[in-house]
Design a protein. Sequence first.
Length: 398
Amino acid sequence: MKFFRYILFSSFICCLSSGHLRVLADTVQPIATKDRSFAIYSIPHLQNWSVTNQVDKTQTRLMQISIPWTAQLQLSNRTGMVLTQSNAISKFNLDKLDDQGKSGLILQGMGDIRLKIRHQLFDNLMLIAGTNFPAGKTGVDPEADEDEVLKHLFDDTLDFQTGRLGEGWAFDIGTAYARQLAGITFGIGANYLYKNMYLRQLLNDPTRKVNYNPGTDISFTSGFSAGSVLQFRSDFTYIIHTRQTIHGTGVFDTEKNYFEQGPDLLIDGGIAYKRQRLKLDLFGQLLDREASSRPDASKSNRLEIVDGNQNNRRIYALRITYQTGGRSTISATVEDKLLEDQNQERVASILSYYLDSHFQLASPIGLTLGLKISNGKMDEGQTRLSGYGCYAALTTGF
């Protein structure tokens, strides 16, 4: 039986989760037509961050409970579909270090519904199409200060599981091709993501709304993988963004340029050593964002709609995975993440430790558990970060 391996970058239908760039890497193995499998599962996440400013002696505490769900259906031996949706409760506290326990601000709601369909034309060629249904929460209550919570969810330093809830209608279409030569699998892919205009509140004035056009994304990906016991892989993704526009704020009625985001280059690679039940992974990721521009950046009354901080990112990680028996695994990971601005000035550095496990209790029921502990610093060491995250879920399929 042949394997079709492809690596395709996409911002995945209107910016999944916190809007960060994500690489989708899937291995598709054709199955018999009669095995039309169905699986539905949810993996709730709890994330908690404490951000301590040592200059003004304040502590910001952020907590989020995210409950995403996913439904997967194999329609045939070549066609499958995935339906996803996320709900979240986020809480924000800002305290003086000597006066803890004040009431917090809360933002909760459901996210959009996203559908993705994959069809394998040949053993080495696949088509992918998806759409985003705008069913999630798009407005915030300024009297409840929900906008203050929303601003912190955008922060790519903290990597919240659900950074955005509702956005506009969108669709994407892409293709991926893979071919094996001399034991090396090469792959290329392209993706077009269209995002429709929708009504959006201003972050700096939630009582005002604008018609916001988030623009279109076009991405190209290439990569390779090789080896069995000693495995090598590398992926390169280039993303082009069209300009974002707004109109209808009550001040002007014509469409105006809001944000011109520069192209992004994402490089992902790693080396893995696999021996019987043990696997050792050493991998890294580099995200380089070219300069972006704001036409109203110099104005005192500029409009704030999205987080315009375009940070570069470097990640290095080491993971050890052990297969305890059957399909049960346990893994430990150490990750070092560094964020820099466009001037190569350090924005934040975070060191994280992960412990993940999956236990196959009985076919088709599995138990998934995970824990993450992080420590870091921002603002040239003046701000300290500490946080933890965990998840647990039962998964099943038919």
